[in-house]
Write a protein that binds this ligand. Structure first.
Ligand SMILES: N[C@@H](CCC(=O)N[C@@H](CS)C(=O)NCC(=O)O)C(=O)O
Length: 232
């Protein structure tokens, strides 16, 4: 691909500003990571609304960008070597954007490695576990009578909250200065409210985590990115 408009996704979601980073997303905890990062880094972008319905995420057009049928995904028309770069998986996109902008990924090799460590903690632990808790509590799995899946994810969410609470002792952000690890983590903490499980997981017993989420939500770039693209 030498030009953004060569990519099949542009036939369904046409760029109005082909010089900007194209974001294909929906305002879920994974989706808003990227709009928030783009806002924080001041990178020009254009957001396209890809809903979670099969007609969108499982369309041939979207699968041409992410064969794993999940938002978010991007195309940077000005990728490495000036070539367009398509990318999916929110963690990979965050690292790419941080390296492109030279922001929010630490200032030396040790900080960078530890920021990536907390980013992976979110990607492999908090996201999947909180997501399953939401599924078995509020979404499709809430009618399932067997208590074991719900109990497992409640216990795991509580345990992960305990890890975060301990890490935030004496820290404003999860590792060093504000970084892509916070942009990955905090939207998932916010989702506990949406899933209606704050009391179940003992949210109020984690005061440093409560203050951390408030600190995150008070950032203007976070507020700007939270509803991008609009839900409807
Ligand atoms: N590991 C992926 C997870 C992305 C993900 O789970 N996206 C959800 C919305 S939050 C989605 O697109 N679901 C649609 C589907 O699975 O059909 C990432 O971090 O980008």
């Amino acid at each position: 691909m030498t030009d953004l408009t060569d990519h099949p996704i542009t036939r369904r979601w046409a760029p109005r500003h082909p010089d900007r980073i194209q974001l294909y997303s929906f305002p879920t905890p994974n989706g808003v990571k990227i709009s928030i990062a783009l806002e924080e880094m001041g990178l020009p972008y254009e957001a396209h609304r890809v809903t979670l319905s099969d007609a969108d995420v499982k369309s041939d057009a979207f699968l041409s960008l992410n064969p794993n049928n999940k938002i978010p995904a991007i195309i940077d028309p000005d990728g490495p070597g000036g070539e367009p770069l398509p990318l999916f998986e929110s963690g990979a996109i965050l690292v790419y954007l941080a390296e492109k902008s030279g922001q929010l990924i630490g200032t030396d090799a040790a900080e960078r490695a530890q920021i990536l460590q907390w980013l992976m903690f979110q990607m492999g632990g908090v996201g999947p576990m909180f997501g399953q808790l939401g599924y078995f509590t509020k979404l499709g799995g809430k009618e399932i009578e067997d208590p074991r899946p719900r109990t497992r994810y409640i216990n795991e969410a509580r345990r992960l909250l305990g890890v975060i609470e301990k890490q935030l002792d004496g820290r404003d952000w999860i590792m060093g200065d504000y970084s892509i690890a916070d942009i990955a983590l905090a939207p998932w903490l916010r989702a506990l409210d949406f899933y209606g499980v704050r009391d179940t997981v003992g949210w109020a017993e984690h005061p440093r985590t409560v203050a951390y989420l408030d600190r995150f939500l008070a950032r203007p770039a976070v507020q700007a990115g939270l509803n991008v693209p609009p839900r409807d």
